[in-house]
Ligand binder design. Sequence first.
Ligand SMILES: NC(=O)c1ccc[n+]([C@@H]2O[C@H](COP(=O)([O-])OP(=O)(O)OC[C@H]3O[C@@H](n4cnc5c(N)ncnc54)[C@H](O)[C@@H]3O)[C@@H](O)[C@H]2O)c1
Length: 296
Amino acid sequence: MAEHIGIVGAGYVGLTSAACFARLGHRVTCVDSAESKVDELRRGVVSIAEPGLAELVAQGLGDGTLTFTTAQAELHGADLVFLCLPTPPAEDGRPDLGVLERVVPQLGRLLRPGCVVVTKSTVPVGTAARLPGLLGRTDLPVAANPEFLREGHAVDDFLHPDRVVLGTDPPGSAAASRVARLYEPAGAPVVLTDSASAELAKYASNAFLAVKLSYVNVLAELCERSGADVREVARTMGLDARIGPEFLAPGPGWGGSCLPKDTSALLHAADSAGVDFGILRDAVRVNARQRARVVR
Ligand SMILES: NC(=O)c1ccc[n+]([C@@H]2O[C@H](COP(=O)([O-])OP(=O)(O)OC[C@H]3O[C@@H](n4cnc5c(N)ncnc54)[C@H](O)[C@@H]3O)[C@@H](O)[C@H]2O)c1
């Protein structure tokens, strides 16, 4: 069934989601506060380099299934609204939810009853549970649907995900089923869980990849000093199905827009909960040392 989907935030995650949902046959209204970005997108100008994205945007604009606007009011009739807003790290490493906390109450004043409000942004545990309070409404079901796409592979990852995670309280609610239906064409495993587990799963996945990379970078140092070839060691490890070959290439240290921010957020969450996440702290420390080592 075609739905009217609202997307808030037309960045990597929001624009990809908007264009892909339109491609899957839904009517999509994509809202962004940046006027210049919305002007460009209306003309089909896509400023992020994602294979296939400009073509999907052009197709959606052409057949009228995809529209861009700065006016939140155009989300009034939406069946589901996905929050794809930035959650950058604050100075102490905690995710800054300022934008989300400003936008959600505005949405609460305009969405029609029954509209499902979904967090696609990477947000700390407890965010979905806070949404009804922020919305000021109890007639808007909420769900956590963290996004796992990689920059540079965004369209392919969105259309062919390894898994879809849907967190609602209780798990598998009617709202979760409505969101799950949108992803049916992907044929991916769907994890129907509670919202806290869905939110934590996103941080846990990225932090685990960071630990894997730091592990192989320390291993590279040991190989250098012991006459082994780290590429051979990593290749051998990667052939073990329990380990897998991904994220085993030694390098200058991990970076990008997600791993540093998500490891900091998870460390902050662990500290706040009184949990000593030493292995993750070490991965961050090793990464800083690796960067310094490469610069030397
Ligand atoms: N980039 C990735 O690879 C990736 C992958 C998975 C998850 N995420 C998460 O998804 C979320 C969004 O990330 P992104 O990379 O798409 O961010 P982004 O910075 O590319 O896009 C955010 C968009 O939100 C818009 N925006 C800001 N304030 C707004 C407001 N008040 N109203 C409407 N629009 C507003 C900005 O103009 C921008 O276009 C973050 O939580 C991020 O951690 C990102």
